[in-house]
Design a protein around this ligand. Structure first.
Ligand code: ATP
Ligand code: MG
Length: 351
């Protein structure tokens, strides 16, 4: 098949891991006989430096015309002055809005070798294979904000339609997995959470084959550490998802391992590792590329519908995790380039 992929390297280690992702996609194209075209554009701090705009017009135009987006990372200390009029993260928000993505999907599947680096005991992390679906466009982050001499407010608002589309997305995903969905809210206190719970309960009638359970966010924060293997798909609103996914990423052993997808809109999906721009290790070939490479697998599966190709990439990463020399964050001594090379070699020799 032909596919047009926009690559946004961004800042810090973003360019290093994005180029690993592209190298793996090139190998997939060669092995499976596809024609992938790559179109590299500026975003974030890099785009501010070169164009004075965290999401320049040329990037916007390319985003609207592509099949999928591979993103490295955005931001860093160079642009972090809170009083600056333009900030790198504005590029991310503008891109999400432009593409209409509303569901941030983060799988968490633990490999035995790296789970050993997790702060949890191995018997707790064994068999963890879950996916978060975080709402990305609404809630308290986007509500009206006020500030006066006495205090401040942040409004939290959700429309029925906003809740319904992300909950349906999660039900569809649950249907393709273990048919178990956990909806997380704070319905004992918050009105937006009562709305969330009632919409989830109504939508559940359309998915009689999926088991729905409701959890309060505070107990969910605890269960993630005490019995993470009991969960399959977890859907929640924007802020709860932000906090719970960061908590969950610790279980994986390294930030460098986890992929993500932002999907659901009429436009292309955005695929990126969950880690940030890691300025402390940028430019030294120390970055772990596996989170980006696993994001490439999600891109192949979800935006291009290439299931066998996605599984081949995941199997190649599995082989490297089992037998390979890993990057420093995982206790190894390999460079970004060497780990990428090992994944490509595994892709070549896989049967
Ligand atoms: P952001 O605000 O952009 O999310 P952050 O402050 O959360 O950034 P990261 O940039 O994700 O932080 O980095 C946190 C720590 O994890 C750093 O010490 C960084 O070096 C390390 N780290 C992040 N990503 C990787 C990676 N791919 N490989 C190795 N180490 C990483
Ligand atoms: Mg962060």
């Amino acid at each position: 098949m032909k596919a047009h992929i926009v690559v946004l390297p961004g800042d810090g280690i973003g360019p290093e891991v994005a180029s690993s992702g592209v190298a793996v996609l090139r190998q997939v194209a060669q092995r499976f006989g596809h024609a992938f075209a790559f179109d590299e554009h500026a975003i974030g701090g890099d785009a501010i430096d070169r164009f004075g705009d965290p999401l320049p017009p040329a990037t916007r135009e390319a985003l609207l015309a592509c099949d999928a987006v591979l993103l490295g990372a955005v931001g860093g200390p160079k642009w972090s002055d809170p009083s600056a009029s333009v900030r790198p993260e504005q590029g991310l928000l503008a891109m999400r809005k432009l593409l209409g993505v509303f569901a941030n999907v983060r799988p968490l599947k633990l490999h035995p070798r790296t789970a050993a680096l997790s702060p949890l005991k191995p018997e707790r992390t064994k068999d963890v294979d879950l996916v978060f679906v975080r709402e990305l466009t609404g809630g308290i982050y986007f509500g009206a904000k006020t500030r006066d001499a006495d205090g401040a407010t942040d409004e939290c608002r959700y429309s029925v339609a906003e809740v319904e589309r992300v909950v349906r997305h999660a039900f569809d995903l649950a249907r393709s997995r273990k048919r178990k969905l956990t909806s997380v809210d704070k319905a004992n206190v918050l009105e937006t959470s009562r709305l969330w719970r009632s919409v989830a309960t109504r939508v559940a009638a359309d998915y009689p084959d999926v088991e729905l359970e409701h959890q309060l966010v505070d107990s969910m924060a605890m269960h993630l550490l005490t019995r993470p293997a009991d969960y399959d798909v977890i859907v929640t609103e924007n802020m709860f998802g932000d906090i719970l996914t960061d908590e969950a990423s610790v279980l994986a052993g390294s930030l460098g391992l986890s992929p993500s997808a932002s999907v659901g809109g009429p436009g292309a999906g955005i695929y990126e590792p969950i880690h940030g721009s890691a300025p402390d290790i940028a430019g030294q070939s120390l970055a772990n590329p596996l989170g980006t490479i696993l994001s490439v697998a999600m891109l192949l599966r979800h935006s291009l519908g290439l299931q066998a190709e996605a599984e081949a990439v995941e199997a190649a990463v599995g082989q490297v995790l089992t037998h390979g020399n890993l990057t420093r964050d995982l206790g190894g001594t390999a460079t970004t380039h060497a780990v990428t090379r090992a994944v490509i070699d595994a892709l070549q020799t896989e049967t």
